[in-house]
Design a protein around this ligand. Structure first.
Ligand code: BES
Ligand code: MN
Ligand code: ZN
Length: 501
């Protein structure tokens, strides 16, 4: 794991911007008259800013930026001005994040080890300065992520940024702002841990590797305990449905539990369960070859669980949380499950496996049954479950389905405030009949609404508790030039759990 950034907070009244000795100085600029800060910079630089403004190069429009290296009269080596729009104007969270992202990119791209960010007053609808510093800290960690675990030294991208100082003029006490900085940083680092696991290739990141990484997370924090069930133990528990997915693979399937005790002993835990298919070939219902490499990301739900538990432990959140990872490799082979095979779940229901590529729900079914033993307050599963979810919601929004409207609303809110958004889809009874089978209690596929029927399948195993399902097929990893794991939905999950504490 990479080194933590140092982020510290300074009182605005005590900061002398011109004397800041950081490698880069990053200042907000509004449309219209210069702020006192900009007036000072303009003065010492002998009217540079006024000149830029005349040229139309410094208009303060939201997201507009100026890079001014070696500015006269400024001790910092580089100055960046970042447009913040009209002063006092109401901003959406997305507007504010655009500004903050621009500031963080300036800090990261400056090649220097230290940056000083002077935050302007931003008027964000529904959020205060505590949210702003938390987002900024999150972005500092999240956006300085690089994946180079398998690269030759000379090809590794080096990010020099080590220290960020920020200053904000806020009525909120420093102790609270500092706590929010810690939270934002922890969530950013949890997201990065999830990305690291997601980006590893399938030949390295196997179910056993996820078990190893979970154990090492537990070794790092005394509040985290890890237990791993192998195939023998799962067989004993009657988890034939989970086990059927790994039948064609040489890799042993694992059911991993990370137990975080931050609350009182008897407190009911919040359970989160991740789909951990370390490679999804589709099995005998083999996937087409194009972009199949991206099925190494089919364990991103699991990665988000492991990442979120690290956030809880890092922040010492006063809650009990159980993280579970249902992990297998979905391969074709002479022992692999075939279309039409019937398997028995731990719950007693039998499943006709009509398509071996609908494997995520099979591993989750038994994990969700197992979750009952924790007497959970709520259970949230996270899975790259259906391609149909990408068709419905694209790559910006996760799908949410739940048997408990109150839980659904809490998760939606957590997604909104952390800008890790989800949108709810129905799992009404009318969809349940799509899973009827002539040969078993239920089929593993059916109907046209693929994302919803997948959730309906899971709902058969979650009747005894408050449950929600996040389909992150479109959001946990991205394709194209930015191919890679995104760390989502660690921010949503972390925020949800923090809200419960
Ligand atoms: N892991 C896939 C879903 C997926 C597809 C995630 C593309 C990310 C990108 C899942 O196991 C799967 O194969 N689902 C099938 C279900 C179908 C057989 C009912 C799908 O979506 O095609
Ligand atoms: Mn599949
Ligand atoms: Zn899958």
């Amino acid at each position: 794991m990479k080194k933590r950034l140092t982020i510290n907070l300074n009182k605005k009244s005590t900061v002398e911007l011109l004397k800041v000795s950081s490698g880069s100085l990053i200042v907000g600029a509004y449309e219209g008259p210069f702020t006192e800060e900009l007036k000072k910079i303009d003065e010492v630089s002998k009217g540079q800013l006024k000149k830029l403004r005349k040229l139309g190069e410094l208009n303060g429009k939201l997201g507009q930026g100026n890079y001014l290296p070696a500015l006269m009269g400024i001790r910092a080596q580089r100055t960046y001005l970042v447009g913040c729009g009209k002063k006092g104007k109401k901003l959406t969270r997305q507007d504010a994040i655009k500004i903050l992202t621009k500031m963080v990119s300036a800090a990261i791209s400056s090649k220097s080890s230290s940056a000083f960010i002077s935050l302007p007053k931003l008027n964000v609808t529904g959020e205060g300065d505590d949210w702003i510093v938390q987002q900024l800290a999150y972005l500092c960690e999240n956006n300085s992520y690089t994946y180079d675990a398998k690269l030759n030294k000379k090809n590794q991208k080096k990010i020099s940024l080590k220290r960020v100082s920020l200053t904000i003029d806020s009525p909120i006490p420093d102790t609270k702002l500092n706590r929010n900085i810690k939270i934002g940083q922890a969530i950013g680092r949890g997201s990065n841990a999830a990305k690291d696991l997601g980006n590893l290739p399938g030949n390295v990141c196997t179910p056993s590797h996820l078990a190893k990484e979970s154990r090492s997370a537990a070794n790092k924090y005394s509040s985290l305990k890890c237990t791993v069930l192998g195939e023998k133990q799962m067989k004993k528990l009657g988890m034939d449905c989970l086990l059927s997915v790994g039948n064609g693979s040489a890799q042993e399937s694992k059911l991993i539990t990370l137990n975080y005790q931050g609350g009182k002993k008897g407190d009911q835990p919040y359970v989160i369960v991740g789909k951990g298919i370390t490679f999804d070939t589709g099995g005998i219902s083999l996937k087409p070859g194009g972009a199949m490499d991206e099925m190494k990301f089919d364990m991103c739900g699991a990665a988000s669980v492991i990442g979120t538990l690290q956030v809880m432990a890092e922040l010492k959140v006063p809650l009990n949380v159980v993280g579970m990872v249902a992990s297998a490799e979905n391969m074709p082979g002479s022992k692999a499950t075939k279309p039409g095979d019937v398997v028995k779940t731990m719950s007693g229901l039998t499943v006709e496996v009509l398509n071996t590529d609908a494997e995520g729900r099979l591993v989750l079914a038994d994990a969700l049954t197992y979750a009952k033993r924790f007497k959970p307050k709520s259970v949230v599963d996270i899975a790259t479950l259906t391609g149909a979810c990408i068709v419905a919601l694209g790559h910006s929004t996760s799908g949410l389905m739940s048997n408990d409207e109150r839980l659904a609303q809490k998760l939606l809110k957590a997604g909104t405030t952390s800008n890790d958004r989800a949108w709810q889809l129905p799992i009404w009874d009318v969809y349940q009949k799509d899973l009827n089978s002539n040969f078993a209690d239920i089929a593993n596929i059916g109907g046209r609404a693929g994302t919803i029927t997948a959730a309906c399948f899971l709902s058969r195993f979650t009747e005894d508790y408050s449950w929600a399902h996040l389909d992150v097929a479109g959001t946990a990893h991205l394709g194209g030039a930015a191919k890679g794991a995104s760390g989502r939905p660690v921010p949503l999950l972390s925020n949800y759990l923090l809200d419960q504490s």
